[in-house]
Design a protein around this ligand. Structure first.
Ligand code: SF4
Length: 394
């Protein structure tokens, strides 16, 4: 079983992440809290943002890798920062990591209400290579239901602003199968997004996560969930439409033009190492996983006191790492082989005790096998998470 400690202070030895480790930076402020969102974030009003930038840089000073292969600045809503705050953040990260010379991809999450051409130009000048814009829906009533503070017109304006500023890679985030959504209307909306020509689209079936307003409303009966058959129809129509428009479905919910995949996220699905800084950020370095405190005040205090905001950590044993590697890797269209799973998990034995699960799922038609690689089949894809979880439970 995993060895888990609920610090403070954590007890496992900690060192700076090795050179090249992918870097995640979590900015916890948003214009308002969306009703479906379970990421750690707080409404920005009433918070002074500059101390957060300084604390993130102080954490980076001690723990961030030099020369990260990829950088992802997320949250939260990083585009909420003003130009001076963004300059302090990115220049500070550059001084501490040298990411501008090393990272093949630097993604910044942006929301429509805080992305105009000037902001996009600043982000690109500071080293961003990829802007990810949260459209979520094109229906203004749905955006209100979601608790979003922008309308669809602002989403299109933000997209045009990113391109006008020179962004070569733009991702659009979308959510489908929300309560009351009409399938034909979704196809039309998805078509309008694809007409823009984004390099990459993340399109997720709505989920009702714990500790969200949506989950409370689902539980008390005020918000219905789409029936499973309808969710399946949305899933299949979505995949069909992306394929017709030339987008590769390289992950269950992620689509890209001609191989323009999100490298930072592929590393997660490969169960690779990463270093997260900022409140709530999770890291996985070597065989140790740990996470920072989910509180703005506590984060600032802990960083000021000892440069570390980690409050939990665990060291999963080799078999648990192998289980997770299968679970994550099967989300990708490329799938994985038993040898790759062992290598990514750092599992030293010559045979994979989980391969029989993969073979059984093949026999049931939920996975396919090409040579040594297993991947979700057409039947298994809509059940992808359920199928992959067999490796966690089996
Ligand atoms: S803007 Fe993004 S991070 Fe912030 S509350 Fe909404 S979904 Fe969550």
């Amino acid at each position: 079983m995993a060895r888990k400690t609920e610090a403070p202070p954590p007890t496992l030895p900690r060192e700076r992440a090795p050179r090249g480790t992918p870097l995640y930076v979590h900015l916890p402020f948003c214009a308002a809290k969306c009703h479906y969102c379970d990421f750690f974030s707080v409404a920005a009003e009433g918070h002074d943002r500059r101390p957060m930038v300084d604390a993130i840089l102080a954490e980076a000073e001690l723990w961030a890798p030099t020369a990260p292969r990829t950088v992802f600045v997320g949250g939260g809503t990083p585009s909420l920062l003003d130009e001076a705050e963004l300059r302090a953040l990115f220049d500070g990260l550059e001084q501490r990591t040298g990411f501008r010379g090393s990272a093949r991809e630097v993604t910044v999450e942006c929301n429509p209400e805080s992305l105009d051409e000037a902001k996009a130009a600043v982000l690109l000048e500071l080293g961003a290579t990829r802007l990810s814009i949260g459209f979520q829906a094109l229906d203004d009533a749905a955006l209100k239901l979601f608790g979003r503070v922008h309308d669809a017109a602002q989403s299109f304006a933000a997209y045009r602003a990113a391109r006008a500023a020179g962004a070569r890679e733009v991702n659009v985030d979308l959510i489908y199968a929300w309560p009351g959504q009409d399938l034909e209307a979704w196809k039309t909306d998805l078509g309008r997004v694809l007409d823009l020509g984004p390099n990459h689209v993340s399109a997720y079936n709505l989920t009702f996560e714990e500790d969200t307003a949506f989950r409370r409303w689902l539980d008390d009966g005020t918000l219905p969930k789409a029936p499973e058959e309808l969710e399946l129809a949305f899933f299949e129509a979505t995949r069909r439409q992306f394929a017709e428009r030339g987008y590769g479905a390289y992950e269950i919910s992620n689509f890209s033009l001609s191989g323009q995949v999100a490298h930072h996220n592929i590393n997660y699905w490969h169960n690779g190492p990463y270093l997260g800084i900022g409140p709530s950020a999770v890291s996985k370095v070597g065989s140790v996983r740990g996470g920072n405190v989910k509180s703005v005040g506590d984060y600032l205090r802990r960083i000021a006191e000892r440069g570390d905001a980690r409050v939990w950590e665990e060291a999963p044993e080799a078999l648990d790492r192998l289980r997770e590697t299968w679970w994550l890797g099967l989300r990708l269209a490329e799938g994985l082989s038993a040898a790759e799973a062992r290598q990514r998990a750092g599992y030293d034995l010559p045979t994979d005790p989980l391969e029989p699960i993969a073979e059984r799922l093949c026999a049931e038609g939920l996975l396919t096998r090409h040579g040594p690689r297993f991947a979700l089949s057409e039947t298994g894809l809509p059940l992808g998470d359920w199928v992959a979880r067999k490796f966690l439970d089996g």
